[in-house]
Design a protein around this ligand. Structure first.
Ligand SMILES: CCCCCCCC/C=C\CCCCCCCCCCC/C=C/C(=O)SCCNC(=O)CCNC(=O)[C@H](O)C(C)(C)COP(=O)(O)OP(=O)(O)OC[C@H]1O[C@@H](n2cnc3c(N)ncnc32)[C@H](O)[C@@H]1OP(=O)(O)O
Ligand SMILES: Cc1cc2nc3c(=O)[nH]c(=O)nc-3n(C[C@H](O)[C@H](O)[C@H](O)COP(=O)(O)OP(=O)(O)OC[C@H]3O[C@@H](n4cnc5c(N)ncnc54)[C@H](O)[C@@H]3O)c2cc1C
Length: 672
């Protein structure tokens, strides 16, 4: 069968309604229609072409991004796009740009931390992009430790101004996207000092460049921090360095929703908790979780289509085996496909949680903020780590051709992998989750009932009572056959028990230390494992919740069920040590889980292509010869190779200087 016939043949085997699945993936029919329209708009406009990105030098690449970003903004205004449509358009343009930080961090920081008055002054300017902003928190010497930032904001009551200053080299702002060459303004995080006293880190709106000629204002030094990992990729962004030499700003440019500074330099705490200063990070972490499913599904779409097209070995009659039919390929690929769906649904739920906490905050209810912080931090960490690893796995699943830029995977990896670091290093964020969990466990004795995602810890007492029995029989008595693993309550119980037991065991170990902080530092690697177990439980439980909903479309629910159990059983297999050592399941039950997993792979196999078609990605967005919708891989790969600048001429530049003399010399030597 020819390449172009394979994918249609695969599609003919589909056992579910793909159009209905597209709507489930998008979240609603409306969301699907908006997304589909924006994808086509971008794909059909030559201004958004992106296939030469990895071949451009930095300056050319950056200028190209400026052109695209400003053209996108022009189209948004011309077409009067809604916020939702603009967001989807940005998504399909698929190129990191200064606008991401302006809309994604500068605007949310003012909204979340500015007073009404400040919002009224700054937001209209930002919404019209009459000013362009970035988020300047990280410094050369400090990123994770926000309280360790060195930039100072000292109040001068005589002039009613703050003096922003970088006292050391390590206090230089370092990394903010959009800062290097574009932003006119920044929300700068600095230590507040009034009347000689320190009041912690706060945000300040600082103008950086002239709105007339774009030159840095007096006392400000700015530049780009240099090339980053990979060609193209995140090099479209001007991550910058910034220092202040006693730069003065009016008092009303400190973001004062949490703390007000009066003209006498007195600090007045509002009823809003201090943690709200970290609020922009909570918002962005939530968007990063939703983004993880996009990046992962894109890689999986490429690897799945190519695995169906690619054949190796097994030829009796001249037709080799499609590599997607090898169980080892399925065992590597299908859990990633399942993860893409799992992250999609947990992302939807997290968006709901974030909206809920925001509404509560507006009504001065701060009770769910710690949980929102733990969930956004933990899920950001879990999903970005898994996605970065998965993109690399997809590259390997595509064999040698995956290493070509034409596969789209190297650039996707390079642009994605910093998500494990930005918005909080993934390990640092898991330690935040661990703190939250240990605090929750420590309060169990006082009768405080845990709620939300930690409600299961309230049942910990019961679980621990079974401990003597578990060593031999496990706590889940109802698993005696492979199919028993397909019961939602059983799966949930296994993941809850594992996480609860890991948390309680860590809490008990912490109790052995005289100083809890010493204990936390000593046991931090174990604590991170408990945090991972808790976050995996959240993903599994939200996928199971999704299956409880009414899901229309022939066969759609069945496919989602298969994927949900593949996601959970694969995790169980990978973390078997946790499940066995905590006595949650027996080795026999683990073996049954594995049998069930293999059986689910066989059920997914005929639907694999349709399950990635349901992402509804255009070839423009995928940017991959291997992942083409039509499966016409080899002719296009061949065609693509000839586009490389090295093939512009038969003889390469440098032939006369280097190759010719070398060959002549060898000829000369061989004659000797
Ligand atoms: C093409 C153009 C088209 C035009 C387009 C138009 C439309 C487009 C539309 C939309 C586009 C939008 C695109 C959006 C995309 C966004 C782009 C993202 C790019 C990424 C850029 C990256 C940015 C950054 O990286 S910014 C810097 C991030 N930095 C960090 O994350 C630092 C990590 N460190 C920390 O968070 C903290 O320091 C810490 C938490 C690790 C420790 O802090 P510390 O004060 O020491 O805290 P601790 O004592 O441990 O805790 C104190 C208590 O506070 C609680 N807590 C901590 N953090 C939070 C929090 N965030 N929220 C709530 N509570 C928090 C903590 O639990 C403690 O509580 P307790 O009760 O006292 O125990
Ligand atoms: C592409 C990109 C874009 C960015 N954009 C912005 C931006 O727009 N604005 C902005 O302000 N910042 C931005 N950043 C900075 C980013 O937020 C920080 O790099 C990030 O928060 C990590 O901090 P760090 O670099 O200080 O890492 P470090 O904290 O120095 O981490 C180094 C290592 O130490 C470990 N570590 C650190 N602390 C602990 C601990 N307590 N316990 C155990 N291990 C620990 C980490 O796990 C890691 O392995 C960006 C970064 C990147 C890569």
């Amino acid at each position: 069968m020819e390449g172009v016939d394979i994918l249609p043949h695969e599609r003919s085997k589909t056992q579910f309604d793909v159009d209905a699945m597209k709507i489930v993936w998008a979240g609603s029919r409306h969301a699907f229609e908006v997304s589909d329209r924006m994808a086509r708009l971008v794909a059909s406009d030559p201004a958004f072409q992106k296939d030469n990105r990895s071949r451009l030098g930095r300056k050319e690449l950056f200028k190209n991004t400026l052109r695209k970003a400003t053209y996108a903004w022009k189209r948004i205004l011309e077409l009067r796009l809604t916020e939702e449509e603009a967001g989807r358009l940005r998504f399909f343009v698929d190129e990191p740009a200064f606008t991401d930080l302006h809309w994604g961090m500068f605007v949310p920081a003012i909204k979340g931390q500015g007073t009404e008055e400040q919002q009224q002054k700054w937001l209209p300017l930002a919404y019209k992009m009459q000013i362009i902003g970035c988020y300047a928190q990280t410094e050369l010497g400090h990123g994770s430790n926000v309280q360790g930032l060195e930039t100072t904001a000292t109040f001068d009551p005589d002039k009613d101004e703050f003096v922003i200053h970088s006292p050391t080299l390590t206090s230089s702002k370092w990394w903010p996207g959009g800062l290097g060459k574009v932003s006119t303004h920044a929300v700068v995080y600095a230590r507040l000092i009034t009347n000689g006293e320190e009041h912690g880190v706060h945000g300040f709106i600082v103008q950086l460049r002239s709105l007339d000629d774009h030159m840095p204002l007096p006392g400000i030094t700015i530049g780009d921090i240099g090339m980053k990992f990979g060609n193209g990729a995140y090099n479209t962004m001007d991550n910058g360095v910034l220092t202040f030499d006693h730069v003065r700003i009016p008092r009303n440019q400190m973001l004062m929703r949490v703390l007000q500074v009066t003209s006498e330099g007195k600090c007045v705490q509002s009823n809003v908790p201090r943690q709200l200063i970290y609020g922009t990070m909570v918002f962005v972490r939530q968007t990063i979780v939703a983004d993880a499913s996009s990046a992962l599904s894109r890689a999986v779409c490429i690897a799945t289509r190519y695995s169906a097209v690619r054949r190796q070995f097994g030829s009796q009659d001249g037709v080799e085996t499609q590599v997607i039919d090898y169980k080892t390929q399925q065992n590597r690929l299908f859990p990633l496909l399942a993860s893409a769906y799992a992250f999609r649904f947990v992302g939807e739920w997290l968006k709901w949680l974030y909206t809920d906490v925001t509404q509560r905050l507006q009504a001065n209810d701060f009770s769910t903020l710690p949980e929102a912080h733990a969930c956004t931090a933990g899920l950001k960490s879990l999903t970005t780590t898994a996605t970065a690893d998965a993109i690399e796995e997809c590259r390997k699943l595509c064999g040698g051709h995956g290493y070509l830029c034409a596969s789209g995977l190297p650039e996707l990896f390079a642009v994605y992998v910093p998500a494990c670091t930005y918005e909080g290093d993934n390990v640092v964020l898991l330690l935040q989750v661990a703190r939250f969990l240990m605090k929750t466990v420590s309060q169990l004795g006082s009768g405080k009932k845990p709620i939300g995602t930690t409600a299961y810890l309230g049942r910990v007492q019961d679980l621990m009572q079974c401990r003597c029995e578990v060593q031999t029989v496990g706590i889940i008595y109802s698993i005696n056959a492979a199919e028993d693993w397909l019961k939602p309550s059983v799966m949930l119980e296994a993941f809850e028990a594992r996480s609860a037991r890991m948390c309680v065991a860590r809490a008990q170990n912490l109790g052995k230390f005289a100083n809890p902080e010493d204990g936390f530092a000593e046991l931090s690697a174990d604590l991170v494992e408990a945090a991972v177990a808790h976050c995996q439980l959240i993903v599994v439980s939200k996928f199971l919740d999704k299956l409880q909903q009414d899901i229309p479309g022939n066969g759609v629910k069945q496919q989602l069920q298969n994927l949900c159990y593949i996601y959970a059983l694969n995790l169980l297999h990978k973390h078997l040590g946790d499940f066995l050592s905590t006595g949650c399941i027996t080795p026999k039950q683990a073996s049954l889980a594995n049998d069930q997993l293999r059986s689910l792979y066989s059920q997914v196999r005929p639907n694999a292509i349709a399950l990635v078609d349901a992402f509804n990605y255009t070839d423009h967005y995928l940017g991959s010869v291997l992942g083409r919708y039509d499966g016409n891989v080899y002719p296009k790969l061949y065609e693509e190779a000839w586009k490389d600048p090295l093939n512009d001429s038969v003889l390469p530049d440098g032939y006369n200087e280097y190759i010719r003399p070398l060959l002549k010399q060898q000829l000369h030597n061989s004659r000797l």
